[in-house]
Design a protein around this ligand. Structure first.
Ligand code: MOS
Length: 708
């Protein structure tokens, strides 16, 4: 059962519309609708708000601003867990970023709330702000995301680089990316006495509960969340956001259920995204292509007041050989919303730079880029000195090369042509940190002898319901149909939530252990071993977080991959078409090749998006995102995505956990962008170091290329 390509058990619910997402829920009396009004300036303060007209408009029940907002918990940036922090709204007259929530209008219908919101008169005093990541020095954050060191150094990189036989130094830029989950952030809130019931679109019940309790100054056990179906998160639903706080506040003030959803455009103002970066990569090598030094420095967009740092240089620490090394993260505080995790935070922008630099080094040395990577593979973490668990990068590279037909690639760039198209082949490595968070699960036998598995773990579209059922059915020796899975509700055993690609491994191990305990109990009770379990029997299982697991000290844990891409570049317009893409991944034991393939394939599409399309553009005068909707924020659509081939190596990483599972969620996105950008260079001979590589950037680079 584990490892079988099982179709999603919640699939029929989803395709028939029976799966109810946040705003589809009808668990209360019909709710009032709230609309959040955002600041129209990027920095300054509110001088005056006239709410009279809005308040008098048809259907309006409440207009909430900083003038009448109830007291809330304060944001405490000293709390190490970012997702558990209080996130108060309407805290005062200050405007810290464009689109910041300045009012909530609640009315009987959404249309009435929207109409009334337009009647608010908000006078703001605008102050000059700093919105654009430029050549600022930045400051050293406390640590990079997920607790990683900000800076590391091994050997003497600077001294070595100055004298290295071969060296390259390159600067790269990556763009702001929005998470833009299909289902916008939304919440329905309802109070019963002092108990708060919320239906909300989120990734972690545990974190959102903590953040809400801290914001509303209520006990943790007064918060009852339900997120049974979530239409995507990509990191953007790990933090608590204004729609949920607003719905809870208004519902309490009005004594009625209230729902609030973000409009698509608000998802880049009230939700942070992937920060822009500027990066510098320096590589030192022997003429034969042995890396002797590697330095990766990152400057990224930050915000004032609170810190979020993508761990962009962190995987570079474990990627390739080299005795002299350094990594560095710097943050530039801007008047922009707090950046937040977006799919493969760190690895995606970091590997765009490092894996392009590797391609540049290969060109410089006249070595095949695949060979350069194989030649610099390592078995021991080159910085920490501990073994790299499940290191199968070379297997991924070799298998991918063979399946893609890499040996037929002409070594020189700009030599393949089909009519008006330049053709190019590129490749890149992927590496993704394997996290482990603590998780708990409960398994019990229902009255009719069925098996019920319970955890507050979420399924954000990734397939959690299905893999949990598979693990339980497999461990207990019962058919899949006999297993019911209940997830994502307060009161169920705490799971790690969906994030950081840790969900499948953590949840599966906890569920596995709960089922093993149930099996043992059944045996001890003298039950026959025929897959029938005594009704009422129950057992728990759990896994500890990485801080409490000695394996985490002893091994440097990652998942690996290699992506190969073929592109065609129009000789006149510089339009880029990805024609073929193939990825090979080693991510431990694969629980369900169908759902895992979807994750990896989706990740590879993020790679295409990062290489060619995705960029949030900030108006440098006012600090708002000019393309905050899906009309102008480009993502790859079906026409932009070729048939993507995904291969998963038969793998199991016993150093990660006893089931040998690692995360696949974000792995596909890690190096896939660089495979595309490197293919563009191979097609054209033109190197663009600012991503995404738009036709304009390619055209301009081609012109300067021609001039030199
Ligand atoms: Mo993921 S960006 O850690 O949800």
């Amino acid at each position: 059962m584990i490892g079988s390509p099982t179709e999603r058990i919640d699939g029929p619910l989803k395709v028939s519309g029976a799966a109810r997402y946040t705003l589809d829920r009808r668990d209360t009396a019909p709710p009032l609708s709230g609309v959040i009004v955002g600041a129209a300036i990027g920095r300054g303060c509110i001088d005056r708000i006239d709410v009279a007209a809005a308040q008098a408009a048809p259907g309006v029940a409440l207009v909430l601003t900083h003038l009448n907002a109830p007291p809330q918990g304060r944001l405490d940036t000293s709390l190490p867990a970012q997702f558990s922090r209080a996130r108060p709204v309407f805290g005062g007259a200050r405007i810290d970023h464009a689109g910041q929530a300045v009012a909530l209008v609640v009315a009987a219908t959404l249309q009435q709330a929207q109409a009334a919101a337009a009647l608010l008169v908000i006078d703001c005093r605008q102050e000059p702000g700093e919105f654009v990541l430029d050549e600022q020095d930045g400051y050293a954050p406390e640590h990079a995301n997920a607790g990683f060191e900000t800076d590391t150094a091994v050997g003497d990189f600077e001294g070595h680089f100055a004298e290295a036989q071969v060296r390259i130094e390159r600067a790269y830029r990556t763009s702001f990316q929005a998470a833009h989950a299909l289902e916008p952030h939304a919440c329905q809130a309802h109070w019963q006495g002092d108990q708060l019931h919320l239906w909300s679109s989120l990734q972690s019940i545990r974190d959102t509960t903590a953040a809400l309790a801290a914001t509303l100054c209520i006990p943790l056990d007064a918060v009852h969340l339900d997120a049974a179906f979530v239409g995507g998160g990509f990191g953007s639903k790990l933090n608590l956001h204004a729609e949920t706080v607003c719905a809870a506040l208004a519902a309490r003030m009005l004594g009625r259920p209230v729902r609030v959803s973000l409009a698509r455009r608000q998802m880049t103002a009230l939700v942070g995204g992937r920060p822009e970066t500027r990066q510098r990569v320096r590589l030192a090598a022997t003429p034969g292509g042995q890396l002797t030094g590697i330095a990766h420095e990152v400057w990224m967009q930050g915000s004032r007041g609170e810190e979020f740092v993508e761990q962009s240089a962190s995987v570079t620490r474990a990627l390739y050989a080299g005795a002299h090394r350094m990594t560095r993260h710097r943050v530039v505080a801007l008047d922009r919303p707090l950046a937040e995790p977006v799919r493969a935070p760190g690895e995606l922008p970091g590997l765009l730079a490092v894996e392009t630099a590797m391609d540049e080094l290969a060109c410089e040395l006249g070595i095949d880029p695949l060979l350069l990577r194989l030649q610099n593979d390592v078995a021991v973490d080159p910085e920490r000195g501990v073994p790299l668990s499940g290191r199968r990068l070379a297997d991924c590279l070799r298998t991918g090369a063979q399946l893609f037909g890499w040996s037929r690639r002409p070594p020189l760039a700009g030599t393949l042509r089909e009519g008006r198209w330049h053709i190019g082949w590129g490749m890149a490595s992927s590496i993704r940190i394997h996290f482990q968070s603590d998780a708990h699960a409960l398994v019990r036998v229902t009255g009719d002898g069925g098996i019920e598995v319970l955890s507050d773990m979420t399924d954000i579209g990734t397939g959690t319901y299905t893999i949990v059922a598979q693990v339980a059915a497999d461990t207990l020796g019962v058919p899949l149909e006999r297993v019911a899975v209940r997830l994502a509700r307060s009161g169920l055993p705490a799971g790690g939530g969906s994030g950081g690609s840790w969900g499948a491994a953590n949840t599966s191990v906890a569920v596995r252990r709960a089922c093993e305990a149930l099996r043992d109990k059944a045996r001890a009770a003298g039950a026959s071993a025929d897959g029938r379990y005594p009704p009422g029997l129950a057992a728990e299982g759990s896994i500890v977080g990485q801080a409490d697991d000695p394996r985490y000290e002893k091994f440097s844990q990652h998942a690996y991959g290699a992506t190969f891409a073929e592109v065609a570049v129009d000789a006149d317009t510089f339009e880029v078409r990805v024609r073929r893409m193939l990825g090979v991944f080693a991510a431990g034991r694969i629980l369900n090749p169908l759902t895992a393939r979807s994750q990896l394939q989706g990740g590879m599409m993020w790679g295409i998006g990062s290489a060619l399309y995705e960029a949030g553009h900030i108006d440098p005068r006012f600090g708002h995102m000019v393309n905050g909707d899906l009309g102008e924020y480009l993502v790859p659509t079906h026409a932009d995505v070729p048939a993507i081939e995904v291969h998963m190596l038969d793998d199991a990483d016993g150093a990660a956990n006893d089931m040998g599972i690692k995360g696949v969620g974000e792995l596909g996105a890690c190096g896939s962008g660089a495979a595309v950008t490197n293919a563009i260079h191979h097609a054209t001979g033109i190197r663009v170091r600012e991503f995404p590589i738009t036709p304009t950037r390619l055209l301009l680079a081609a012109q300067s290329h021609d001039r030199t």
